[in-house]
Design a binder for this molecule. Structure first.
Ligand code: ZN
Length: 195
């Protein structure tokens, strides 16, 4: 089922989401929610979706950066962003640790701020400890674009949006992004990084 994605201004996007219990993770409701979030992310299309974006204050997010999207991104953009295909997966109750001093500045977008983009500084390398959809404890060491997606989604679980971290003078509509910003040193395909 495709769920409605709430837009900026909805208070749910500013709430801290709550932790799920192992029993909740195993429940039929949560397993159905994961399928619905996956369908909704594909439909958008986006490369990540957090539960607050579909109106639920739960610490759960889905992520996938598939070949089918990357095929439409110029190879030099993929290399500059350290962007590689990421298979579908679910993160539940994630805890993030920023590693190293490296920062990357790129345009990113959000399905809950439809039609806009801005340059957002993000840590280049991170570690995330989380539970998977079966409640099994796992860890991810991520760098580059995948690290950006994870930081963006985990921000949603804390009630934070990219506009809290953006370089505010770069904030742009996607129309004007295509007109003025695309192809400049800090650039992105306007439909590439929505999460
Ligand atoms: Zn978002």
């Amino acid at each position: 089922m495709i769920l409605k994605i709430v837009q900026v201004g909805d208070p749910i996007l500013r709430e801290a989401a709550r932790t799920l219990t192992l029993k909740e993770i195993a429940s039929a409701e949560t397993q159905q929610l994961i399928r619905d979030m996956r369908d909704t992310m594909h439909d958008a299309p986006g490369v990540g979706l957090a539960a607050p974006q579909i109106g639920l204050p739960l610490r759960i997010a889905v992520i996938e950066d598939p070949e089918s999207i990357l095929d439409d991104v110029p190879p030099e953009d993929l290399a500059e962003r350290e962007r590689r295909p990421i298979a579908f997966h679910v993160i539940i109750n994630p805890v993030i640790t920023l590693l190293g001093e490296g920062k990357a500045n790129f345009y990113e977008g959000c399905l809950s701020l439809a039609g806009f983009s801005a340059v957002v500084p993000r840590a280049r390398t991170i570690r995330v400890e989380y539970l998977d959809e079966r409640g099994i404890a796992r860890a991810i060491d991520a760098s580059g674009w995948y690290a950006r997606i994870l930081q963006h989604e985990i921000d949603h679980l804390h009630g934070a949006l990219y506009i809290d971290r953006m370089q505010s003078r770069t904030f742009t509509s996607l129309d004007n992004f295509a007109r003025y910003a695309k192809g400049r040193p800090i650039s992105a395909s306007p439909d590439a990084p929505k999460t």
